[in-house]
Design a protein around this ligand. Sequence first.
Ligand SMILES: NC(=O)c1ccc[n+]([C@@H]2O[C@H](COP(=O)([O-])OP(=O)(O)OC[C@H]3O[C@@H](n4cnc5c(N)ncnc54)[C@H](OP(=O)(O)O)[C@@H]3O)[C@@H](O)[C@H]2O)c1
Length: 288
Amino acid sequence: MIVVMGSTGATGNALLHSLLTLGTPVRALTRTPHKPIPGITGPHRPPVEVQYADATDHHSLRTAFKGAGQLFLAMANSPAQVALETRVIDIAAHTGIGHIVKISAPAAEPDSPVAISRGHHAVEEHLRASGLTHTILRPHAFMQNLLRLAPAVARGIILGTTGDAPFNYIDCRDIGDVAAAALTSPGIAGGTYTLTGHEAVSYPELASRLAILTGNPIRYVRLTRDELRDNLIHNAHMPTWLADHVTEIQQLAIARPETPNTTVADILGRPPRTLDAFLHEQHTHFLR
Ligand SMILES: NC(=O)c1ccc[n+]([C@@H]2O[C@H](COP(=O)([O-])OP(=O)(O)OC[C@H]3O[C@@H](n4cnc5c(N)ncnc54)[C@H](OP(=O)(O)O)[C@@H]3O)[C@@H](O)[C@H]2O)c1
């Protein structure tokens, strides 16, 4: 049995779809089991075991992991993330889980300029010391994040600090497919993989593609790091730790070019989904 933690989230939900397509038995964990899991549970859906679990509640984790051999671990970013993920790993190790697939992030290093990535490094180290077989997935930014830009795009602007520095975006559905492969193909389990989409695109290039797609003028507005952070805190009402995260990620993209690699294609035997296909599929979100 495969247990999916974060089954309502972007990567966990994509993984559920991938596993259901493969016909693999799966237990989906959520803190709100009474609510449908998007696209997965509800009338006319294939059967999935849905169970309550909260990483702050040890008893719920022990119950949720009972009888399972593998765990997918994706956890929302928060100041508590490292403590929650390390506790999940400890309880998994004591309840018979043999293999964990963990969602990490690029630049998961002890001296990373991105605080969340330093946290991922700490969790990766904890996982390595746990004695469990583990697969670590370090995806670049999710294409699905771009939907958060939709209100600004609909007003004709994209705000950012990165100028011509390109961002690499990967479709969460490819992350789900790679995670499913790691959970079902022994040859892939056990590695550490940086996952990219097929191209890296700057914000001005993104603005120009969205302008063509929507038929509306869209311009890129370059801000300083402090201007972006203030905007995220005061206009987007982000908590300061999240505004810091967004600005740190953008600084990282300037410092380290986000070059695409072939890992997704190597594992899946097909190229990753393209940004243009994603934008085309989702273009109504960006309309005025
Ligand atoms: N976004 C990106 O571009 C990006 C890029 C690289 C890496 N990452 C990494 O991806 C990870 C997030 O994965 P995601 O985007 O798939 O998740 P997500 O969409 O942010 O969803 C978060 C999930 O965490 C679960 N969760 C939150 N608190 C929990 C708790 N106390 N106990 C149990 N479950 C809890 C939520 O479940 P409930 O339904 O119960 O709330 C939800 O399913 C982060 O670690 C992030 O650093 C993100």
